[in-house]
Design a protein around this ligand. Structure first.
Ligand SMILES: *[C@@H]1O[C@H](CO)[C@@H](O)[C@H](O)[C@H]1NC(C)=O
Ligand SMILES: *[C@@H]1O[C@H](CO)[C@@H](O)[C@H](O)[C@H]1NC(C)=O
Ligand SMILES: *[C@@H]1O[C@H](CO)[C@@H](O)[C@H](O)[C@H]1NC(C)=O
Ligand SMILES: *[C@@H]1O[C@H](CO)[C@@H](O)[C@H](O)[C@H]1NC(C)=O
Ligand SMILES: *[C@@H]1O[C@H](CO)[C@@H](O)[C@H](O)[C@H]1NC(C)=O
Ligand SMILES: *[C@@H]1O[C@H](CO)[C@@H](O)[C@H](O)[C@H]1NC(C)=O
Ligand SMILES: *[C@@H]1O[C@H](CO)[C@@H](O)[C@H](O)[C@H]1NC(C)=O
Ligand SMILES: *[C@@H]1O[C@H](CO)[C@@H](O)[C@H](O)[C@H]1NC(C)=O
Length: 307
């Protein structure tokens, strides 16, 4: 597929493999997520040399230093017309980046101490997806670094906060939100694609549900999230269940349903379901030696609770 120095465009034309249009940037995070899959596949098919070598060829081509543009941070992206973007991965984030050519911490994490109701966790204003996507590949359970004690537990707390935000706060305005019906994260909306969700409130929340908000957190809070998914499946079948599983987003108050299937949202749903069931993605991804080395280099160590 079209790429520049191993990095891939955020949106491509699925028929021509070309950049969708000139608004689209080479995206470092979306390339990172793609590489999560490339590493996992290379590891699972470790007895098939062609797949192993194709996997290595693809991920070793990603030029991290180029995307740092002479700084200590990975840039968020690059456009042929204007070069790197003005934003870098310089704050709380969960993607672990590592360059074989450098001992630097490339993705230094800057802590943000956030409290919502009784939930205290590391967060910055963004929907729940920021606590899910890196965890689709990296098994953070019982690992800690110098910035937070336990990222897995942090995502558990973030999921609880998201649930409470809808069940206790948003339900005051939209009465469809209940104990078993909650969750919005970046998705299509009636007004276009948006990183909507909360806490804190982002975008024009209107009673809609984005099923992958709960689905992406299944390993963190299985009972609470699966209750939402079963409720959608059983009580909103006509509006919310299609050929590819759950729709991307829908609103039972207005009867709006997003007609598009969004791969990244189906993706987090499937990967997290499988991690919950069998730990398949975690076990294969984490078995790659580059990943083990990277986790070491950036300072992750087993976390032993003191109490
Ligand atoms: C980046 O910031 C500079 C200086 O503020 C501005 O001139 C430029 O247009 C910005 N570039 C983009 C891609 O937003
Ligand atoms: C990227 O590096 C070039 C060359 O050093 C510099 O002119 C440009 O300002 C940098 N861009 C950003 C966003 O830092
Ligand atoms: C991170 O980037 C933002 C702008 O994108 C800037 O305001 C902030 O100061 C930067 N933080 C660090 C630690 O460099
Ligand atoms: C975050 O803030 C809370 C409430 O102020 C405090 O109890 C907690 O120790 C802080 N956590 C960190 C990691 O600084
Ligand atoms: C993580 O640590 C907790 C508390 O020590 C323990 O109960 C749990 O089994 C550990 N999980 C894994 C995957 O090692
Ligand atoms: C479906 O809705 C009914 C009525 O509100 C409720 O009792 C039931 O628990 C729901 N089913 C699931 C699987 O949540
Ligand atoms: C939504 O669809 C249901 C079932 O067809 C209907 O009863 C209800 O009036 C519709 N609501 C709106 C706001 O259109
Ligand atoms: C974490 O903190 C310890 C103690 O301050 C320090 O020795 C270590 O180098 C730090 N690790 C990283 C990756 O910064």
């Amino acid at each position: 597929m079209t790429n520049v120095n191993g990095w891939y465009y955020h949106f491509i034309d699925m028929y021509t493999e070309e950049r969708w249009n000139t608004d689209v940037e080479l995206s470092s995070i979306d390339t990172a997520l793609l590489m999560g899959g490339v590493v996992t596949v290379g590891q699972y098919f470790k007895d098939i040399p062609e797949i192993v070598s194709l996997s290595k060829e693809i991920y070793e081509a990603v030029d991290f230093v180029w995307m740092m543009n002479g700084t200590e941070f990975i840039n968020m992206g690059w456009k042929p017309e204007s070069g790197v973007l003005n934003d870098s991965w310089n704050r709380t984030g969960y993607w672990v980046a590592y360059s074989p050519d450098s001992d630097q911490c490339l993705e230094c994490v800057f802590e943000r101490n956030f409290t919502y109701m009784e939930h205290n966790y590391i967060h910055f204003p963004a929907p729940i997806f920021v606590h899910q996507f890196a965890h689709a590949f990296i098994d953070f359970e019982n690992l800690s670094d110098n910035f937070t004690i336990d990222y897995f537990q942090n995502s558990v707390t973030a999921t609880r906060a998201t649930k409470d935000f809808f069940v206790h706060e948003m339900s005051q305005v939209y009465n469809d939100y209940t104990e078993n019906f909650w969750g919005v994260t970046a998705s299509d909306t009636p007004y276009g694609y948006d990183a909507w969700g909360g806490p804190p409130l982002m975008g024009q929340i209107d009673g809609s549900i984005v099923p992958c908000a709960a689905a992406g957190s299944v390993p963190f809070l299985p009972a609470e999230t699966i209750a939402v998914l079963k409720n959608i499946r059983e009580n909103h079948t006509a509006q919310a269940w299609t050929r590819y599983g759950f729709v991307d987003a829908f609103n039972p108050l207005t009867n709006w349903t997003n007609p598009d299937v969004i791969g990244i949202d189906v993706g987090i749903t499937v990967l997290m379901a499988e991690n919950y069931r069998t730990k398949f993605v975690w076990q294969n991804f984490m078995a790659n030696q580059h990943i083990a080395d990277a986790m070491n280099k950036i300072g992750f160590v087993p976390y032993v609770p003191t109490k």
